[in-house]
Write a protein that binds this ligand. Structure first.
Ligand SMILES: C[S@@+](CC[C@H](N)C(=O)[O-])C[C@H]1O[C@@H](n2cnc3c(N)ncnc32)[C@H](O)[C@@H]1O
Length: 268
């Protein structure tokens, strides 16, 4: 049994990182995908909508030449990340620079790999806004840079519903709440709640006001922004054929499952 969490004592960023993020796996995926495409190691990374910079912290730990710029408009997760994710890295942390800025601002150094994770770029609600963001990313990348963003879809992703996931050690339950969805505009109000074994609940620990985007349309907007290739990396399934195995490979054929997460990899 892990540490006993309650709504009063738990830190929402600890819970978020444990329940939502797989930063070590994600950093490997970004680094390896660049290597597979370009035949060399990526060095400079940019994390948009970085929150607590957990992914940047893992990126700079991959290789001595790895550096990162991390962008978020909210000072709170940046401060939390500096203390809890970067400081513990010691001198390695010097290779990460945080910027409390809009993700549309240009980088200080052209990134080899730039990413937007956990669907955060869905704050852009119109095609024009999304196109402007992607064009900015295209112009910002190194000559052989790549941009990677994740997305989710499937019929369950457009329903008003709650999904509960209990941690393996029973220490808390993560709740993804698709609270209200407007099928006309695609706009969605979404929340994360955390429920605890003592019956307490941290309600609306995080709230998002997004537009739900489809894979083919995002791919077309990336192409329109100028990217030479935009490929989908689709998740494989476990031996039971039921759940995802965390391994994403390039393909043109996906399975029409109820819910999926995929990556788009856009190359200059
Ligand atoms: C869903 S969290 C993502 C956290 C983390 N990157 C992850 O992958 O789990 C979204 C983050 O985007 C930030 N954000 C929202 N609008 C932004 C903007 N225009 N520019 C930069 N950051 C923004 C929020 O402050 C929040 O920390």
């Amino acid at each position: 049994m892990g540490k006993k969490f309650t709504a009063k004592t738990a830190d929402k960023y600890v819970l978020y990182q444990r329940a939502v993020q797989s930063a070590e796996q994600d950093a490997d995926f970004l680094f390896d995908t660049y290597y597979d495409i370009r035949g060399k190691k990526a060095k400079h990374f940019r994390e948009d909508f970085c929150g607590t910079c957990l992914l940047s912290a893992h990126w700079v730990s991959l290789d001595n030449n790895c550096t990162a710029e991390s962008y978020d408009i909210d000072p709170e997760p940046l401060r939390w990340g500096l203390k809890n994710n970067l400081k513990p890295l010691g001198s390695v942390a010097k290779r990460v620079t945080q910027y409390q800025e809009d993700a549309r601002n240009p980088s200080r150094q052209a990134p080899d790999v730039r990413c937007a994770q956990n669907f955060s770029y869905w704050i852009f609600k119109t095609r024009l806004e999304m196109l402007e963001y992607f064009k900015g990313v295209y112009n910002d990348l190194n000559d052989d840079g790549i941009f990677i963003c994740d997305l989710h879809g499937g019929p369950e992703s457009i329903q008003e519903m709650e999904e509960e996931t209990e941690q393996d050690d029973g220490s808390f339950t993560y709740v993804w709440d698709q609270d209200s969805i407007n099928p006309i505009t695609g706009e969605a109000k979404l929340h994360i709640h955390f429920r605890f074994p003592d019956g307490s609940e941290m309600q609306d620990a995080f709230t998002y006001d997004w537009r739900l985007w489809g894979l083919p349309e995002l791919r077309e907007i990336l192409q329109e922004a100028g990217f030479a290739s935009v490929d989908c990396y689709w998740e494989g399934t476990d031996e039971d054929g039921e759940s995802g195995d965390g391994i994403f490979t390039k393909t043109e054929e996906g399975e029409a499952c109820l819910s999926y997460v995929a990556y788009l990899v856009a190359c200059k």
